[in-house]
Write a protein that binds this ligand. Structure first.
Ligand SMILES: *Cc1c(COP(=O)(O)O)cnc(C)c1O
Length: 370
């Protein structure tokens, strides 16, 4: 951990940021209708598309001031149309939220609900797409509430086969787990600043096909602030945002993307995978069990079974006293698991400190060593 951070935020967002990023967050004051801001947006776009290996002739993006949900709502109220039929894959809490937001704007939203932490039933998805005349599928790449990566590539292939567009929430996987938009046939993708990118919360991004961004201006506006059409038109025509953006956050986002570009995406993803593996190996040697098998897990979050006889509240308090923030389970996983993120500016030394604190807090090592 860097010395400016008070807590080690080992929860699925917010995460600890590097000193370079935290300094950028309090850096110089600029106006958002000035060339300095446009230069920032230009660099953010150039870096982002190049980190994602996307052709700028085919893909574009916008940045919205608001947390990850803002990008999700912007897509769901702007790109999806009231007459569209939407198949919303609910694989946990975040998939559920996509279907909930979609249903507010689009009456023909059908939720396909999967038990949490079980693999998505692709045959069932195909059956639906074959019989249902759907226009869109919505899904989460990394279902943060379980820690499980969802099969975007397989769903994208089904969407190609049945001529359906695909919206993917990659809020907690972007720059932690690989996702190739072109290969996976993704129409629009959302993410946020406060997770894998390594910045504080407050900005969200939508990346997608230019051909689809360009259609937006012909659709009715159903949400003023979150209109993707307005954001896109300001971004493309003026290199600005429609309303006053969180300017200092944009400066920090630009710096966070510069850092990833300097590191190289492959190196960064490798480091995220290495940290996740270090934590999971350590957990297992202490006698903890993970909720799911390793091969479905993201590099972002581990869902760990709570030791019998310990409530999450007790574990959380004991870890908090030692400066670590972790999260509990949501929905059906409440008080069954705790969640640890190894994203952000933590390294294997921090992870080892957390493992030591976990061993003390739960006495797990005493049972497993005996
Ligand atoms: C964190 C997260 C979000 C967004 O939540 P906000 O509170 O709006 O930042 C959306 N989807 C997933 C998968 C997430 O992990």
């Amino acid at each position: 951990m860097e010395d400016h951070a008070r807590f080690r935020l080992m929860c699925p967002g917010p995460i600890n940021v590097s000193r370079r990023v935290s300094e950028a967050m309090i850096s110089s004051e600029i106006g958002h209708r000035e060339s300095e801001f446009s230069a920032l947006l230009k660099n953010i776009k150039k870096n982002c598309l190049s980190l994602m290996k996307l052709d700028p002739e085919e893909y574009s993006m916008v940045v919205i001031t608001g947390s990850g949900s803002a990008a999700n709502e912007a897509v769901l109220c702007s790109a999806l149309q009231p007459q569209d039929h939407i198949l919303s894959l609910v694989t946990g809490e975040f998939g559920r939220r996509l279907s909930e937001i979609s249903a507010i704007y689009n009456p023909n939203t059908e939720a396909l609900v999967q038990d949490w932490a079980t693999p998505l039933d692709l045959a069932n998805v195909e059956q639906k797409l074959k019989n249902g005349h759907f226009d869109w599928v919505t899904m989460v790449h990394h279902e943060t509430s379980t820690g499980e990566l969802q099969p975007v590539k397989a769903v994208g292939a089904l969407c190609r086969k049945y001529g359906v567009k695909l919206f993917v929430d990659a809020v907690s996987s972007f720059m932690v787990d690989p996702l190739d938009l072109a290969d996976c046939n993704v129409t629009f993708m959302s993410t946020s600043s406060g997770k894998g990118i390594g910045m504080g919360p407050g900005l969200s991004l939508v990346v997608g096909r230019i051909s689809e961004f360009e259609k937006l201006s012909t659709y009715p506006v159903r949400n003023y602030y979150l209109s993707l059409a307005r954001h896109y038109s300001f971004f493309i025509n003026k290199l600005q945002t429609p309303n006053t953006p969180g300017i200092t956050l944009f400066i920090a986002l630009n710096e966070a993307l510069n850092i990833i570009a300097e590191e190289g995406v492959e190196n960064r993803l490798r480091f995220q995978a290495q940290k996740a593996r270090y934590f999971r190996d350590g957990l297992k040697s202490l006698g903890f069990a993970l909720l799911q098998p390793d091969h479905v897990l993201s590099n972002a979050v581990s869902s760990v079974i709570l030791p019998a006889s310990m409530s999450f509240a007790t574990l959380r308090d004991r870890l908090r006293e030692r400066g670590f923030i972790v999260y509990g389970g949501k929905g059906p996983l409440a008080d069954k698991i705790f969640q640890v993120s190894t994203m952000g500016a933590v390294n294997c030394d921090d992870i080892q400190d957390l493992l030591d604190a976990l061993a003390d807090a739960t006495q797990m090592n005493i049972h497993s060593v005996a």
